[in-house]
Write a new protein. Structure first.
Length: 96
């Protein structure tokens, strides 16, 4: 069986629209009044259903490409934002 994602609405395999997008994972600081902060960066693939246009991000690497505890994280994040187009950098808030 293919590892391609399937669009449930259309019951068709999705197409990989872009490899190696950057996904930023954020986290809530201990003080809930504070805004989410950058936690980790991941490389993944963007898939799209050609019929309905629904998109998903999947195919994450084995580990993050950058983490907040690393001294270079802020620089890695800025470089990723600049290097990716607006369609290649995604910030994802942790679910609460
Ligand atoms: Zn679809």
């Amino acid at each position: 069986m293919s590892r391609q994602p399937v669009c449930v609405a259309c019951l068709k395999f999705m197409r990989c629209e872009r490899n190696d997008v950057t996904v930023e994972e954020t986290m809530q600081p201990p003080d809930p009044a504070q805004p989410h902060v950058s936690y980790r960066l991941w490389q993944a693939d963007l898939w799209k259903c050609e019929d309905c246009g629904h998109q998903v991000i999947t195919g994450f690497g084995r580990g993050p490409s950058s983490e907040m505890h690393q001294q270079t994280h802020d620089e890695n994040r800025k470089r990723a934002v600049v290097a990716r187009t607006e369609r290649g950098f995604y910030t994802v808030r942790e679910s609460s």
